[in-house]
Structure formats: structure tokens, C-alpha cells
Design a protein around this ligand. Structure first.
Ligand SMILES: CCCCCCCC/C=C\CCCCCCCC(=O)SCCNC(=O)CCNC(=O)[C@H](O)C(C)(C)COP(=O)(O)OP(=O)(O)OC[C@H]1O[C@@H](n2cnc3c(N)ncnc32)[C@H](O)[C@@H]1OP(=O)(O)O
Length: 205
């Protein structure tokens, strides 16, 4: 599919894949995530910064040479990988997904640090937005966009802890899909969200 051929804000026909990028693409994404954690935690010397800039220039040139449009890249479509292989998203694993909702396990790491070993609220919202978008898509079989998303932060969300995220469809009214979600550390509620997602019409940007 090319930019010209796609319809709607995302894809009407998701280019779902388990093999783009090859069998080690997931390991590549995990290495990139670990790199982001390491950058966030590092106190490098000036010499090391010089070194790393050069090494990264080489790596970035290799990746620039294989850049591709959003409709065809493995990132976001590798449903066999955490968060569909998309490093923009906090890494989650989907345990159950159907037309009523989704159960996922999510782990924030140093990259997602807000302060004092707790996750940044924006990444909590990012996780909710994506899993609720998935919920809307599974409920309708259509591409959906967020109209609103309200997040309530109830208690501290820890890093390096398996968190459970549960989403539910609360009401469907034509193109409007009302959804809710909770993020928990064990029995403790860390955050909850409610949102409205709109199923896009064909050709809608
Ligand atoms: C085992 C694994 C399985 C895997 C399966 C794979 C599947 C995975 C699938 C997918 C995963 C991907 C997930 C991604 C998720 C990310 C989502 C995002 O972050 S989206 C980016 C942020 N959102 C925007 O940028 C929108 C910007 N806004 C707009 O584009 C429009 O405003 C839009 C589309 C939201 C609505 O515009 P209109 O022109 O289509 O429709 P109008 O007529 O305005 O609204 C429709 C109805 O909704 C109400 N409405 C609209 N916005 C509202 C609001 N904010 N509050 C209350 N009501 C609202 C309206 O009042 C209207 O209601 P009345 O039909 O009259 O009853």
C-alpha cells in the first residue's frame, strides 16, 4: 500500500505482519529500547559523548538508507511483538483482545521515568490511548481516532514492575465508541481513563 492508496486516518486494512524486518526485528527493537534507557540513565564523560556521536552517526546513516513510509514499515504492524514493535509506545503484551475489551501487561523502564522512580504521566496516557484505540478498532472493525481521553492518576505507577491494563467498551452509539481502562500494580489502582473514540469514515484524514 502507498500513501496515495490508503484510506482513512490510519489504515482501513491494517498491513499486519509477523515477518517484516526478519526474525530478529523484535530483538532489534528491544536493543533500541535498552539504548533509550541507557541514554536516560547515563552520566557520560566528554570523550564518551564524542565517541557516541560518531557511532550514532554511522547507525543513523544505516537506518536512513532503509527508511520507508508509515504504511509499509514493520514498526506498528508486527503484532507478534510487544506494542506491535513500535518504540514510540511503552512496551505492552496483549493477553486477551476481543470486541469487548483488551487485557495487557505493561512494563515501564528508565526511559519512561517521570520522577522518583515513578512513570511519567504522559506515557501512562500514551499506553491508554493506544490500547483504547485498539479497543475501538476491535469493537467496530474500523479505524478509530481519539476524540477525548481523560486520565485520572490514582497512585504512583512504578517502573520495572509488570502492570496490568484492562480496557472495556462501555457504549457504542453509531460512530462513537465510549471506552474505559484501568492500570494496576497487583490490586492497587495506579491510573484509570475514559475516552471517546470515533470510527473514521472512508477517506477521512
Ligand atoms: C492480539 C492483538 C490484536 C491486534 C489487533 C490490531 C488492531 C490494532 C488497531 C489499532 C491500534 C492503533 C491504535 C492507535 C490509537 C491512537 C489513537 C490516536 O491517538 S488518534 C490521534 C489523536 N486524535 C486526533 O487527532 C483526532 C482529532 N479530531 C478529529 O479528527 C475529529 O474531531 C474526530 C475524528 C474525532 C471527529 O470528527 P468527525 O468530523 O469525524 O465527527 P464529528 O461529527 O465531529 O463527531 C462525531 C460525533 O462525536 C461527537 N464528538 C466528537 N468529538 C467529541 C468530543 N471531544 N467530546 C464529545 N463528543 C465528541 C460529536 O458531537 C458527534 O456526535 P453526534 O454524532 O452528533 O452525536
Amino acid at each position: 500500500m502507498t500513501d496515495e492508496q490508503h484510506e482513512g486516518g490510519f489504515r482501513t486494512d491494517m498491513a499486519i505482519s509477523v515477518d517484516k524486518g526478519g526474525p530478529r526485528y523484535g530483538e532489534f527493537v528491544e536493543s533500541a529500547r535498552l539504548f533509550m534507557d541507557r541514554v536516560r540513565a547515563a552520566m557520560p564523560t566528554e570523550e564518551l559523548v564524542d565517541d557516541l556521536i560518531d557511532e550514532l552517526a554511522t547507525i543513523n546513516a544505516k537506518l536512513e538508507a532503509v527508511a520507508i513510509d508509515e504504511w509499509n514499515s514493520p514498526s506498528g504492524t508486527r503484532i507478534d511483538l510487544p506494542a506491535r514493535g513500535n518504540i514510540t509506545l511503552p512496551p505492552y503484551l496483549v493477553n486477551r483482545a476481543d470486541a469487548t475489551g483488551v487485557d495487557a501487561t505493561l512494563r515501564f523502564t528508565r526511559f519512561h521515568l517521570g520522577g522518583n522512580n515513578a512513570a511519567h504521566g504522559g506515557y501512562i496516557g500514551t499506553a491508554f490511548d493506544d490500547l483504547l484505540g485498539m479497543t475501538g478498532a476491535l469493537a467496530t472493525g474500523k479505524v478509530t481516532r481519539t476524540a477525548y481521553l481523560t486520565v485520572n492518576y490514582r497512585s504512583i505507577t512504578p517502573l520495572y514492575t509488570d502492570l496490568s491494563v484492562t480496557t472495556q467498551v462501555t457504549k457504542v452509539d453509531g460512530r462513537k465508541i465510549f471506552v474505559a481502562a484501568q492500570m494496576r500494580d497487583g490490586d492497587r489502582l495506579c491510573a484509570e481513563a475514559d475516552g471517546l473514540f470515533i470510527a473514521l469514515n472512508p477517506g477521512q484524514p
